[in-house]
Every structure is written in C-alpha cells, then in structure tokens.
Design a protein around this ligand. Structure first.
Ligand code: T3D
Length: 262
C-alpha cells in the first residue's frame, strides 16, 4: 500500500492525508492511484460515514508534480488530457458523487489542481495562513480539476477570470469572505476543528446528509419545478430511513439520537 496518501478510519471518519510533503504534496501517478483507491473505499465501505482530507507538512497540495513535466528531460510532450481524463476527472467525480460529507482541512498553500480538489469538497476549512493559487496560467495551462466550473459558479465571471488569469494567491480569509470556502480558522486550531466537524457529521444522519449533498449539487442545473419534485422524492426516501425514525423518537424521548446512516 502506498504511503503517498495516509488513511485512517476513526469513529466513522476516513482521514486522508496527502503525503509528499517535500513536494508540497503534489501529485505523481502513485499518489493519484492512492487517492483514487481511498475514494473508492469511501464509496463502498458502510463504516465510512464522512471523509476528512488534509495535507502533510506546510502545504495542502501543489497540484501536478511538475518534476514529471520538465521539458529539459527530453522526450515527447506529455498528453495532459490523459492525466486529466485518467486521474483528476475520476477523482472529482468520486468526490462529488460520494453520498457522504467530505470535509477538507486546507493546512497550507493549495495550488493548481490541489486548490481545485480542495474547493470541490463539501465543507472546506482553511488555516488563516493558507492560500489558494490558480497557478495554471503561470505555466500556460487552463484551470482544471473542476476549477473553471466551480469558480465561475461560485464567484461569478469577474472574480473567476481575474483569479485564474493572474494566478494571484487568494488568502484563506478572503476565500471565506467570498463564499468560496466555509471558514478560515487559526492555524493551530485547524485540525481539531475540522476533525470535530467531521466526527460530528459522521455520527449524524448520513443517509439524509448524502441526499442533501445530492440536492444542493443538482440545484444549479435544475429549474425550480424539477427541483421541487426532486425534493419531494428525496424527502420520501429520507422519511423511510431508520435515521428519521430514530431522530423523531429521540426528540420525544428528549435524548441524543443514535444515527446509523441508513
Ligand atoms: O498532467 C498534467 O500535468 C496536467 C495537470 C495539471 C494539474 C495542475 O495542477 S497544473 C499546476 C501545477 N502546479 C503548479 O504550477 C504549482 C507550482 N508551485 C508553485 O507555484 C509554488 O510552489 C507554490 C505557490 C505552490 C508554493 O510556493 P512556495 O514559495 O510556498 O514554495 P516553493 O519554494 O515554490 O516550493 C517548495 C518546494 O516544493 C520546492 O522544491 P525545492 O526547491 O524546495 O526542492 C518546489 O520546487 C516544490 N514544488 C512546489 N510545487 C511543486 C513542486 N515540485 C513539483 N511539482 C510542483 N507542482
């Protein structure tokens, strides 16, 4: 098993740590495969009720490892579409499709695809010292890993275009003020706060949380009529869940519910 992504299942939370700190946790093929394997595990393992993603060392992730892209080493020009199609896009799709909350603790700089993987997570907390850098334009590339979609949708064209074209680092507190992430927290509090959040969600009604995630993601592409029907259907599903029965029972018994995620 690769140590490029450290994985530990703890209290229903699958804690994933990108672990190539000497390269600011940038992605080589081994790390791509390791992350994919863990995201697939998160889908399949009912014991995983939430995922917490973070990075080892001073950075979160610097995107693709450019060491593999150095033209001075010779050889044909790499087909970057292959990397995107084989690794980044499947990872993004797995993150979005996972019917469980994914929390990202951005512990330091997040650049290139590293920034956009973080921003694709469901709830993003960042250390106040962290920065998000759409580094692509510095090397002649376009924002990938869902960045051009996510930034345009959340920030609107003016900020999305400026951020991606200038590659100006966006401080965590500005990212929070712009609604790009959930919050910026003191560096020393980041992991504890993100872990508490992930553990709280993992102990929650994760069946309903999964449906909630799906609905929020569908909202942008549904019209209101379609979406109202989707809410009806999802509420019907939630209403048949054990978690709903437990939630209402616990309410009347004035105790904390014990949700099972089903
Ligand atoms: O297949 C494909 O290639 C297509 C996919 C594309 C997806 C992408 O993500 S493209 C974008 C790739 N990423 C970047 O362009 C970011 C490059 N890195 C930076 O701009 C800066 O390093 C940061 C803004 C992330 C951080 O700056 P700073 O000043 O805090 O750190 P630093 O000194 O630049 O970097 C520290 C070390 O990490 C340094 O190594 P050294 O000199 O100490 O031995 C640096 O070379 C290394 N490093 C940082 N980013 C990468 C990297 N090594 C390999 N690949 C990197 N992406």
């Amino acid at each position: 098993m690769s140590d490029t992504v450290l994985a530990r299942l703890d209290g229903g939370v699958l804690k994933l740590t990108l672990n190539r700190p000497d390269k600011l946790n940038s992605f080589n093929e081994e790390m791509h495969l390791a992350l994919r394997a863990q995201l697939e595990r998160a889908h399949e393992d009912a014991g995983v009720r939430a995922v917490l993603l973070s990075g080892a060392g001073r950075g979160f992730c610097a995107g693709q490892d450019l060491g593999d892209r150095d033209p001075r080493k010779g050889g044909p020009r790499p087909d970057l579409g292959h990397t995107i199609g084989t690794y980044y896009n499947p990872a993004l799709r797995l993150l979005r499709a996972l019917q469980k909350p994914v929390i990202c603790a951005v512990n330091g700089v997040a650049a290139g695809a590293g920034a956009n993987i973080a921003l694709a997570c469901d709830i993003v907390l960042a250390a106040k010292s962290a920065k998000f850098v759409q580094a692509f334009s510095k090397i002649g590339l376009i924002p990938d890993a869902g960045g051009s979609w996510n930034l345009a949708r959340i920030l609107g064209e003016p900020r999305a275009k400026a951020l991606t074209m200038t590659a100006e680092p966006l401080p965590a507190e500005t990212a929070a003020a712009w609604g790009l992430i959930w919050k910026a927290v003191d560096d020393e509090a980041l992991l504890a706060e993100a872990t508490a959040l992930a553990e709280g969600l993992a102990a929650g009604p994760t069946f309903g949380l999964g449906l909630t995630k799906r609905l929020i993601q569908e909202a942008a592409s549904n019209d209101l009529d379609t979406h109202l029907d989707r809410e009806r259907d999802c509420q019907r599903e939630a209403g048949f869940s054990e978690d709903y029965a437990e939630g209402v029972t616990a309410f009347f018994e004035k105790r904390r519910p014990e949700f099972k995620g089903r």
